[in-house]
Design a protein around this ligand. Structure first.
Ligand code: CO
Ligand code: CO
Length: 316
């Protein structure tokens, strides 16, 4: 992509941020993102809920407030019943309604493989945009959903997990990051993002490299869905998770006692994962309190920002 000359583009393609930010005036900016993917669960309604929660997440991760959304749909006309499409869209409508916004339009194409996602447009004050740059040594790293969603999704595809685990994974993926983002903007952070395809460590690496810092992660403090440990031990791990792990080779120092299984879990590609925030140390206690009050699925201080450019993973 060529460099962007428009001075109103506050966040564009030159940084790995979650959404674009476009200034409309001195105290108003649009924040916009698009996300869509192929079904990750069998239930089309649940897929709609997850796709919408996932698309909204990038607006929340930037400190923005969603305003409205548009549907993006691929559907194999004549090969799947139209009720499947209706259920997918109903999931998207219910989740965006929960976020307090409407779906105001969209576009669909005939596609051999179903796809669903949304464009989400929101607003943010230009001075209060949360980006990946800005983390400082001493900051505490907070994570707001447990890891293991990618591994469990692969387990679902291979029929290796039970209905309770599937229900728990769907519930987590469909949980909006709105509450966690409210805590983020009210308490205040130096940097923030959401944990999705690159896994906890991949997204942490985006934060540390954009901020010119390193980080230490304490494995014991990282919340993980219990079933993911067993699946990872059996080698049931998504290809994307293994690619994340390969990419981070040479960028992460694994201390003694971090097994390959642990490394894969920390790199697990998430769909609609939680927020990852760099919180000034004096605000850490308030952040934990605010996240609990917002009923975030996890309230975990998983590590801290350090000097240098390495990510160090330590067992405890
Ligand atoms: Co994101
Ligand atoms: Co995204």
């Amino acid at each position: 992509m060529p460099p962007i000359a428009d001075p109103n583009v506050l966040v564009g393609t030159s940084t790995p941020d979650d959404a674009a930010v476009y200034r409309l005036g001195p105290d108003r900016a649009l924040v916009s993102t698009v996300d869509y993917f192929t079904p990750i669960v069998d239930d089309p309604y649940a897929f709609g809920l997850i796709a919408a929660a996932n698309a909204l997440s990038d607006v929340y991760a930037m400190g923005g407030r969603p305003l409205f959304a548009l549907n993006l749909v691929g559907f194999p006309k004549g090969k799947l019943p139209m009720e499947v499409l209706a259920e997918m869209l109903r999931g998207g409508c219910d989740k965006t309604a929960e976020a307090g916004i409407c779906i105001v339009g969209g576009h669909s194409i005939d596609d051999p493989e179903p796809k669903y996602g949304l464009v989400v447009v929101g607003e943010v004050h230009p001075d209060r945009v949360v980006t990946k740059a800005g983390a400082r040594p001493g900051d505490r790293l907070f994570l707001t959903k447990p890891l293991g969603i990618g591994i469990i999704s692969t387990g679902i595809k291979r029929s290796a997990v039970g209905p309770e685990t599937i229900a728990r994974a769907i519930e987590l993926m469909a949980t909006l990051n709105r509450g966690a983002a409210g805590a983020m903007t009210s308490v205040g952070v130096h940097a923030g993002t959401d944990v999705t395809g690159f896994g906890l460590l991949g997204h942490l690496y985006e934060v540390t490299s954009a901020s010119g810092v390193g980080a230490r992660v304490h494995l014991e403090r990282v919340p993980v869905l219990p079933e993911a440990w067993a699946l990872a031990t059996e080698g049931i791990v998504p290809g994307g998770t293994r690619r994340n792990h390969d990419y981070l080779e040479g960028r992460v120092d694994w201390e003694e006692g971090i097994a390959e299984r642990d490394q894969l879990v920390l790199c697990d590609a998430q769909t609609s994962g939680g927020l990852l925030m760099a919180v000034p140390p004096e605000k850490a206690a308030r952040m934990a309190e605010a996240l609990r009050a917002a009923a975030a699925p996890a309230v975990a201080e998983v590590g801290e920002v350090i000097e240098g450019d390495r990510i160090v993973v330590t067992p405890r």
